[in-house]
Design a protein around this ligand. Structure first.
Ligand code: GDP
Ligand code: MG
Length: 198
């Protein structure tokens, strides 16, 4: 929990993006509260969580935004569950929500599920949308989540590394379930942001 008397040197907004069900909300729950749920509900509504930590002896409040059920808007048919918002939200409303979501972000985690090839193939479009909304200095990390399910892997590490190098991103494999690299991924993004602005 945040200490309210703490002096905050920086607030860094980080956005989580990627297809539905890749594990964005569980990565956030693991990082912010050290929690994990196997039957997590699709996120509805704009939501963020904060975690205050020390980066290079400065107090940094990470404000991490989680997507809001619009993830499948551009991928009809790829859904494994239904979204009521998707059925009733016109494109103009989607765009307004997306703008608010990305506004002011200095870091982004582009998350796919390494057992779902399609969630990796969609990364290019998520990246394109992100870059259309943010400053070019934003720190972006590609995350291959669910590395605990290695026997079901559908995306070779080489494919991710090639994409990472071409697009100039950072890359890590994580497991929100087993807590693998979750702290490391967020800390890398926060430290890189700090290095840029300091
Ligand atoms: P989101 O739609 O991207 O926010 O995905 P969620 O965080 O809601 O997770 C979707 C499903 O994947 C849930 O059933 C989670 O329990 C599961 N999940 C998330 N992260 C992991 C992980 O690292 N390993 C495994 N095995 N399952 C995960
Ligand atoms: Mg979610």
């Amino acid at each position: 929990a945040d200490n309210y008397n703490q002096k905050i040197d920086y607030i860094f907004k980080i956005v989580l993006i990627g297809d539905s069900a890749v594990g964005k909300s569980q990565l956030l729950a693991r990082f912010a509260r050290n929690e994990f749920s196997l039957d997590s509900k699709a996120t509805i509504g704009v939501e963020f969580q904060t975690k205050t930590l020390i980066v290079d002896s400065k107090t940094v409040k990470a404000q991490i935004w989680d997507t809001v059920g619009q993830e499948r808007h551009r991928y009809p048919g790829s859904a494994s569950s239904t979204s009521l918002i998707q059925l009733s939200t016109p494109e103009s409303v989607y765009r307004a929500v997306a703008s608010a979501y990305y506004r002011g972000a200095v870091g982004a985690m582009l998350v796919y599920d390494l057992t779902k090839r399609q969630s990796f193939d969609h990364m290019a479009r998520w990246l394109e949308e992100l870059r259309g909304h943010v400053d070019k200095n934003i720190v972006i990390m590609l995350i291959a989540n669910k590395c605990d399910l290695g026997s079901l892997r559908a995306v070779p590490v080489e494919d991710a590394q090639e994409f990472t190098e071409r697009e100039n991103l950072f890359f890590m494999e994580t497991s929100a379930l087993q807590s693998t690299n979750v702290e490391g991924a967020f800390m890398t993004v926060l430290t890189e942001i700090y290095n840029i602005i300091s």
